[in-house]
Design a protein. Structure first.
Length: 119
């Protein structure tokens, strides 16, 4: 899977760190402000992976029969992105159509259990 779209709730700078993938943003596509249901209809089948920080998406939308994989990130700050790129990249590489992957708010990658949102 190579085609990724970033939700507008994520820092735009995340795109620059995902060089292994073809990444666009909701804003670049001209879909800023489009509600989740309509947005899912627009992106499903056009992209392989949707990165979002919307922790309610899986509860608000019927995600069955979707072809796009959704990866939910905890709220992250721009300065934390370089520390999380490897984990995000792994999730993108391993995502299959229809998957919903939730990256937990704690990272044990560095052995320090630091909150993703606190960095």
């Amino acid at each position: 899977m190579n085609e990724v779209i970033l939700d507008e709730n994520l820092p735009l700078s995340l795109r620059r760190h995902l060089n292994d993938f073809d990444v666009v943003t909701v804003q670049y596509q001209g879909w800023s402000g489009v509600q989740n249901g309509s947005l899912m209809a627009l992106i499903d089948g056009r992209f392989d992976v949707f990165l979002t920080a919307d922790q309610n998406l899986r509860y608000q939308q019927n995600l069955r029969k979707r072809r796009i994989a959704i990866i939910e990130l905890p709220f992250i700050r721009r300065r934390s992105i370089p520390l999380r790129v490897e984990r995000i990249g792994f999730a993108i590489h391993s995502a299959q159509p229809g998957d919903y992957i939730q990256i937990p708010p704690y990272s044990e990658a560095n052995g320090n259990n630091q909150l993703l949102s606190d960095i």
